[in-house]
Design a protein around this ligand. Structure first.
Ligand code: HEM
Length: 171
């Protein structure tokens, strides 16, 4: 007799893995954010499209902020561990020393500083660049920390995808 598919608390995802709805949304969102970020930086660097760069960055920051809040609520209320129990890389008794747990620690050590850095970079850019945005006294600081924020986001994405695979795809 076929065994029933396991049920987990919270809304199920749509990617066919064990991920919840918000895990799937954030997993997919990073595949959009990372290329859009690359285009936004390319536009400002090569074509000096400062206004478009600003719009793209603000849209991305808003989308990410909403996603992070919904995602946090999902994790606080429903957790992720039960969805990972079928993975050979997860061990509930050694949550933080199994491969899935270690990959989550690595992911969070990029995600948390990157989130804080994004808030600072966006707030400082809005305060210090003229409207419409043009290079100026704030350019040096913004270029340095803008690159750090962008690279942080790339690693947040890569490590997040790895955690997602180890916890919710592998079986
Ligand atoms: C977290 C969000 C943001 C990131 C990651 C980011 C990233 C970057 C990067 C990496 C550059 C330098 C490109 C190069 O190497 O030449 C840059 C330039 C620039 N950004 Fe942003 N940016 C963000 C938000 C914003 C916002 C909100 C504004 C406007 C209010 C803005 C305005 C500019 C301007 C005017 C430049 C040109 C600076 C210059 O070359 O003198 N950025 N940004």
């Amino acid at each position: 007799m076929p065994t029933a598919a396991p049920t987990y608390p919270g809304l199920g995802g749509f990617l066919g893995s064990r991920g919840s709805l918000m895990l799937d949304v954030v997993f997919l969102a990073m595949f959009i954010v990372v290329p859009v970020l690359a285009v936004s930086i390319y536009l400002v660097k090569t074509s000096h499209r400062y206004d478009l760069h600003k719009k793209l960055q603000l849209v991305m920051a808003t989308v990410l902020l909403v996603a992070v809040v919904l995602f946090e609520l999902d994790m606080r209320f429903n957790g992720w561990e039960h969805r990972a129990t079928a993975s050979p890389y997860f061990d509930a008794a050694h949550k933080w020393s199994c491969p899935a747990g270690i990959s989550l620690i690595i992911h969070l050590s990029f995600a948390v500083p990157t989130l804080l850095l994004w808030i600072v970079v966006v707030t400082r850019a809005l305060r210090n660049f003229p409207r419409p945005p043009q290079p100026g006294l704030h350019s040096r600081w913004h270029t340095r920390y803008g690159w750090a924020a962008a690279i942080g986001m790339l690693f947040t994405g890569i490590t997040g995808w790895l955690f997602y695979y180890l916890a919710f795809v592998a079986s």
